[in-house]
Write a protein of this length. Structure first.
Length: 124
């Protein structure tokens, strides 16, 4: 994740000549990092924020809907940019957007499993 953030902030410090390439690399690396982070144990609460969100069904539902909207935004904007954009730079950035969206989709799956685990534990 830190490597992805490095690529995102690199143009701010070293000039904007490779802005799209750096953002594309950052999005791809962060998408892969988020995918790997979803391999965690979903039966355990990872931090206090997760515990606070998943203890309430209303907050958990809102959180899951918000992640689903993000997934749709990244994948649809990436697909539209890849297939409909006449600019080469936007085509390259679109690949990063789609990879990041796929990574967030894995996060949505893990968050859904956490929500179900907390709901089951709450009912017992």
């Amino acid at each position: 994740m830190l490597l992805g953030l490095f690529f995102i902030y690199k143009p701010l410090f070293l000039g904007f000549e490779n802005l799209i390439d750096n953002y594309n690399n950052g999005l791809i690396i962060m998408g892969v990092a988020i995918s790997f982070s979803t391999l965690q144990d979903t039966t355990k609460t990872q931090n206090k924020l997760s515990l606070w969100v998943f203890q309430s069904e209303k907050r958990a539902r809102f959180f899951l809907i918000w992640i689903a909207i993000l997934v749709l935004f990244f994948i649809i904007s990436g697909a539209v940019g890849y297939f409909l954009s006449p600019f080469k730079e936007w085509n390259e950035l679109s690949i990063g957007l789609m990879v990041f969206g796929i990574g967030v989709m894995g996060l949505l799956k893990a968050a859904n499993e956490m929500s179900e685990n907390h709901r089951i534990a709450k009912s017992n």
